[in-house]
Design a protein around this ligand. Structure first.
Ligand SMILES: [Zn+2]
Length: 322
């Protein structure tokens, strides 16, 4: 082969490689097991492991990918820019359409630290109203500082909090040809502000952390009373074919998935509420409760006692009429 065709051949090979590896990585490359699984004709999702926030390079939450006629919608952004880039690489295996928007179900670290990787590539960020209160709070800055330490190098000095381009506080519909999304603002349920997404014609419901499938939920500083009411309303939604929770597996039986989170919250409130009325101290109360119904669930050891304590404090405040 003469020199000129050889140069041409090399150039062609380089171009072909560039087309395949179009993604330019900007963050340390994560190496978790992350595979997009198809849920329905237009919907895929990746499932994080059930561990605590610093396990599995921070890949502990789920993300949904919806492919419309014009572009791609991502729901929740994972817990680091590196994980978000790994997801984008996975998306590129199934579609070359632009990622036009990221919808966040709520602003908790494990769902939002990946936002910048999407935003830098042109996606618009949509969030429930009120997340800027969180973003402007000292807690948001402290959490990021802590994760820069505990999740280094996946969360580091490059990681920043991303403000949404749009906040919704009611119902919003997005039409992308054959695919239609309905976003519903829930208010303060699991976090300070939550929303859900319903995808049609697939009839797939994306719940965020309002529903945890097959594991003990993380209650945190949520309002368990509002959360419980939200779940009761949600159980009335008919015709859902699949539910993608914020953590845990896909649920083909949404009613059952709702029931687990609902039963757990109701159990906490009932059992602890009785003790609060009798003015029992937390330690005594906690050890007097029979937890066996939930003890075998993933994340029980990590989450149950702290959940119980949070609900106990909330019930004390409620009993004082606050
Ligand atoms: Zn979460």
């Amino acid at each position: 082969m003469s020199t000129i065709p050889r140069i041409l051949l090399t150039a062609c090979l380089l171009l072909a490689q560039t087309a395949v590896q179009a993604l330019e990585y900007r963050y340390p490359r994560s190496s978790v097991d992350m595979q997009l699984r198809q849920v329905s004709p237009h919907v895929w999702f990746v499932q994080g492991t059930t561990g605590v926030a610093t396990d599995n390079q921070g890949f502990i939450s789920n993300t949904t990918v919806i492919i419309g006629d014009q572009g791609i919608t991502v729901v929740d952004a994972l817990g680091s820019p590196s994980l978000a880039e790994q997801l984008i690489a996975e998306i590129r295996r199934i579609s070359d359409k632009p990622i036009v928007r990221v919808i966040t179900t709520h602003y908790h670290a494990d769902h939002i630290y990946g936002l910048q990787a999407f935003k830098e590539r042109g996606a618009r960020v949509i969030a429930p109203r009120g997340v800027d209160d969180y973003l402007d709070s000292p807690q948001a800055a402290e959490r990021l500082e802590e994760r820069r330490f505990s999740l280094d190098p996946w969360v580091n000095e490059q990681t920043r909090l991303v403000y949404p381009d749009e906040q919704i506080d009611g119902r919003k519909q997005i039409d992308d040809g054959t695919v239609k999304l309905t976003l519903d603002y829930l208010g303060k349920a699991h976090s300070d502000a939550d929303l859900t997404v319903f995808v049609e014609p697939d009839r797939v419901f994306i719940s965020g952390d309002v529903i945890f499938e097959g594991r003990v939920p993380f209650v945190g500083d949520s309002d368990s009373r509002v959360w419980l009411e939200t779940l009761r309303r949600m159980a009335d939604r008919k015709g859902v074919k699949a539910l993608i929770p914020g953590h845990g597996g896909l649920a083909r039986d949404p009613q059952q998935a709702i029931a687990l989170t609902r039963d757990y919250l109701a159990f906490l409130r009932n059992q602890l509420g009785a003790g609060v009325e009798e003015m029992m101290g937390f330690d005594e109360l906690y050890s007097s409760i029979d937890w066996s119904r939930f003890a075998a669930l993933p994340a029980f050891e990590d989450a149950n006692r702290i959940n119980a304590y949070q609900v106990f404090l909330a019930l004390e405040r409620e009993s004082l009429g606050e």
